[in-house]
Structures are given as C-alpha cells and as structure tokens.
Design a protein around this ligand. Structure first.
Ligand SMILES: [Zn+2]
Length: 402
C-alpha cells in the first residue's frame, strides 16, 4: 500500500470515528492520530511563473456622484491609455455624469469610462477608505456610476487579509489565510464576472487600512504561491469555524470537484465562540420560513463525519426536504438580526415541543476548506503555514505562479 493510500485510509478511519458531536470528547490518542495523518507538508512543484495578475474590485455601483481625493499628482486616462486630464493634487474630486460622458470638478470628459492613476505611491481616498492602485469610474446609459479599484493581486490580498481574519490571529495562520485568499482570487479570475465583489460574496476587502504595511509583509511571505488540484486552480473555500471536522466540498457546493477540498478532522477550533451553539424558534415561525403549515419534527441526514447534509422537515400535512445550506438560507432569510441566524448548517433539532424548537449546532460558516479558528489553533500548537494549508487542502499542490 502506498503511503498516500495508507494516509487516505487512516484518514477515512479517523473521519468515520467522528460521530455526531463526539468530536470534543475524542481521546488525545485519536487527536494525535488525526494530527499525524493530516500534517504532511505540501511541496512546491517546479515554478512556471507568469506576470502578477491585476484584479478589479467593485467598490460601488449605481451611484450618482463619486467623491474621491488623492494627496499627490494624478492623471486621468481613457480606455486606450490616452491622458484626458491631469493635476498635482485632487483634494476634493467629484465625478458625475455629464452629457454622454463624465464631469470631473467642472472639466467635461467625453469618455464614459476613465481610469484615475496616482503618479507616485499615493493612495486614493474613497468613502473613508484608502486604496492602493487605480480607480476606474464607469457610467451607464442612464448616468449611474460604478467605481472599481484596479490593483495588483498581492496589494489586493493585503487589503483582504485583516478583513477576512482577525489581525490578532498568529502570523502562521494569517499566512495560510493569505494563500487561501490568493488561491480563491486566482480561481475567480477564470470564473464568472471579472469584477470581484468587496464583500463576502467574494472576499471582504477593506483597502489599505492603518495596518496595511504589516498585512503586506504577511502576504509577501507567501508571494505568488497558490494551490492547484489536478493541475487546475483550486476554488479555495475557507470559513470561520468548522466545529470539529470540515465537509467534503461537493456535499455543500454541488458540482465542485473534491480534489483538494475533502473533509478533514479538526480539533483546533475549540476557542471559537461558535464552536458549539444553540438556537430556538417557535414551530410556527419555522413553518413559515420553510413554507409549511406547521412543524412536528425535523430529521437530519448526516455525512460520515456527522455533518448535517439534509434536513427533512415534517408537518401534519406535506413534508419538505432541504439541502443543509438551503435550510440555513431559509432560516436566515427570516431572521431580524445576526444573533437570530443559524451560524452553520451543522445542526439538529434537539426537541420539538409545543412552544419551541431548540437546535444545537457546531461551527460558523459553510464548513468547506480552511477552518480559520482551526488554523489559529494549529499555529498556536507550533505548526507553520505550509502544514496548516496541507491539512485543510489535503492533496492540493502549492505552486509559485508569479
Ligand atoms: Zn475547525
């Protein structure tokens, strides 16, 4: 049996051993086995580097005016790269639609799309945030404006890092996060809308904050390194807290290849405030959210590690079956505050009484890929970022692409 096959089988054994909520009670020996199985270091394959890609991050859409500032020299270029305006400083720039083009502080530009470029290292200020790189402003036929930050990917990642993981987490966890975020961004460049959203619809992007220089250093420690599986860019999912084991990606995101995204045990996220939680709802409210007239029971289907992958909600009439994330979305759509939302779909109804349904659950997020609290726990246990990455993206290859 090859070493990889042995690891795979041992890993499957460990996963099968994780029954529903048995995770926190697992023995130290089992924990050590899980660690021994999982912490194989990924090796870099021979580099085929290319130039560093640029990303376009959507900052705003459907606005009538764009107020921005730059404390230094700038130029405004059209789509062909020709300079259409320039200045030494843009203390209070206001762009708006004018005719079929744009107006910048009273100067009419014939273009419906312009790129504002700093000539030095100054950063644009927009809506209280600071942005490295260029700002693109584009108008549509009705005169509404869209604002995009055009920036190289490493600079973008420095603006993502502390928005996606607390700055207080250990550096090795932050480096692992940088690799995950870089890998995800690279995957996104080849899939769907070329504009990355600055929210958790893609990755939360805060621009160049006051701690930007430190974020840049952490990102630079893994510069150009991305994960690939079967020779393809990996869609490197990550989430806050897995709750004891991550989930096979195809069980949550239908059609996603499992390569590099298979569920693994994780006993390092216990410090997360969402490691375990309970939520309650009245049967009437749950019935309303899932489109039934009442609820008499909620049964769950689980994967090999115990995650809920399907909810079967029974009523006195019809019953409905939901994929786990679909159930979570239905629950959360009716929530009036963050506190009322289901943190994850790894949940089960403990009891359905006349007055309330109590759900007990584990983790925060979809459960696929890197567990951020787990990464912090591993870093505190002395593991370096390569080992953290190797654990959560088992089987993926780390390659230097720029
Ligand atoms: Zn975890």
């Amino acid at each position: 049996m090859r070493a990889s096959e042995l690891r795979r089988r041992l890993s499957a054994l460990v996963c099968r051993a994780l029954a529903w909520f048995a995770v926190p009670r697992r023995s130290a020996a089992l924990g050590a086995l899980a660690a021994a199985v999982s912490l194989t270091v990924v090796r870099c394959s021979s580099p085929r580097t290319t130039s560093m890609p640029e990303v376009q991050v959507l900052l705003d859409r459907d606005v009538s005016t764009v107020d921005l500032a730059l404390d230094g020299a700038y130029r405004v270029v059209d789509e062909g790269g020709g300079t259409v305006a320039e200045g030494r400083r843009l203390a209070a720039g206001r762009l708006r639609a004018a005719g079929s083009g744009l107006d910048l502080n009273g100067v009419v530009l014939r273009q419906d799309e312009v790129l504002l470029q700093p000539l030095d290292d100054d950063r644009f200020q927009y809506k209280g945030k600071s942005y490295a790189g260029d700002l693109r402003v584009r108008r549509d036929r009705t005169g509404r404006l869209e604002v995009t930050n055009v920036v190289d990917i490493e600079e973008y990642l420095a603006g993502v890092l502390y928005s996606e993981m607390p700055a207080s987490f250990p550096d090795e966890a932050l480096k692992a996060q940088a690799v995950a975020a870089r890998t995800y961004a690279r995957w996104r460049l080849g899939h769907g809308d070329p504009l990355l959203r600055a929210t958790d619809a893609d990755q939360v992007y805060g621009g160049a904050s006051s701690r930007h220089e430190r974020a840049r250093e952490i990102v630079a420690a893994t510069s150009g390194l991305v994960l690939e599986a079967a020779g393809q860019p990996l869609c490197a999912y990550f989430m806050s807290t897995c709750g004891g084991a991550t989930v096979d990606a195809p069980l949550i995101f239908t059609g996603t290849p499992i390569a590099g995204l298979a569920g693994v045990p994780c006993e390092w996220c216990r410090e997360s405030p969402k490691y375990r939680w309970t939520k309650t709802l009245t049967p009437g409210e749950l019935a309303r959210r899932v489109g039934l007239k009442d609820v008499i029971a909620v049964d769950v289907e689980r994967d090999r590690a115990g995650h809920t992958i399907r909810f079967d909600v029974r009523s006195s009439g019809a019953s409905r079956s939901f994929a786990s994330q679909e159930f979570r979305r239905a629950w959360n759509a009716g929530a009036t505050s963050e506190a009322e939302k289901l943190p994850s779909a790894w949940a089960r109804a403990l009891d359905v009484t006349r007055g309330e349904i109590r759900f007990e659950g584990a983790g925060f997020g979809h459960g696929v890929g890197l567990c951020q609290y787990g990464a912090a726990g591993l870093a505190k246990a002395g593991k370096e970022w390569r080992e953290i990455i190797a654990h959560y993206y088992r089987g993926a290859q780390l390659v230097k692409r720029w």
